[in-house]
Design a binder for this molecule. Sequence first.
Ligand code: NAD
Length: 350
Amino acid sequence: MSSIWNELDKDGFEQFIWCRDRESGLRAFIAIHNTNRGPALGGCRLWPYASEEDAAADAMRLARSMTYKAAAAGLSYGGGKAVVIGRADDPRIEQQFEALGRFIDRLGGSYWTGVDVGTTTAHMDAVARFTGYVTDMSGTLGGTDDWTADMTAYGLLHGMKATAKRICGTDRLHHLTIAVQGLGKVGWALCRYLRREGARLIVTDLSMRLVEQAVREFQALPVAADRIYDAPCHIFAPCALGGILNLSTVERLQCRVVAGSANNQLAAPQSVHLEALQRKGIVYAPDYIVNAGGIIATAAELDGDGPRRIRSRVKRIARTLTEVYQAAENEGITTAAAADQLAELAMHKA
Ligand code: NAD
């Protein structure tokens, strides 16, 4: 318990809600990190956490990074996150999400939820029966299969173009080899965009079916999951798990740029791994800047924008990333530190 209070104080959380509904069996937490710029936005994760402490820590970590992501993207939203301790195949899962909807409604709009790892449009439909502070239900753009992931990949594509422009003087990607780790919703959509640009692809996934499909559809070169770090390429795109950049993987990398969708790519302590990347001359595109396409699209949909305007807002990731690179160069700091500065300035300005 005391460690939860310490964490809440350390990172300046505004509110932390314990949600318990005995009838449905719901056990959930909602962490609201910061609403200086507007209501906290952040999806709801459904996961069979080993302990309540793990779930609470995850909610806090994710909520905090949503604040930074939204602020750096210039959105009028803050950061929050909900986590439900449970499993999708629980027979009472629908009632649990209805109960979660009642908890969210009581917050009066300071937190908006949506889909995240483990949750689907059906869960959001259940939430929506009891509150309007929810996105990604059936019939919305966000509720369309893989739309958010597609927007995340679209933002990542433009982040890669901005990086190529800075390093090679052109934002065309046709002469580049890009290694994609993870062919899930975002990784797959990214490969599709990159292939259209004419880039050569190296791919890996734990699913052989996805790898074989990528070889067929994108003429990609397959590598085993544990060999992707050794693949000679221009850009390495981590689109699977967080925490994959550590001293041993960074040592193996043969790329000039790391730019991917995975959240929290740098293992702790981050500064050590950032320095290792810098020593090798590898440019790191801060994860929450390049993977902000999904949240930008959700915010834009809430603001009433249509698909064309949403795409153009997502595309602005290129400009934000260029600003981050420039600030890092001017001030002699890492790109991750420059991203934090940008986000913190936006939070305080608000
Ligand atoms: P997903 O679950 O659809 O896909 C992840 C893929 O990675 C799966 O195919 C899985 O088999 C593969 N994978 C897992 N471990 C691997 C390993 N060690 N080596 C190779 N492949 C491995 O997830 P997603 O929605 O595509 O998201 C991918 C990443 O991007 C996640 O870290 C997620 O948090 C982040 N992200 C996603 C979104 C979004 O809109 N979906 C937005 C921002 C960030």
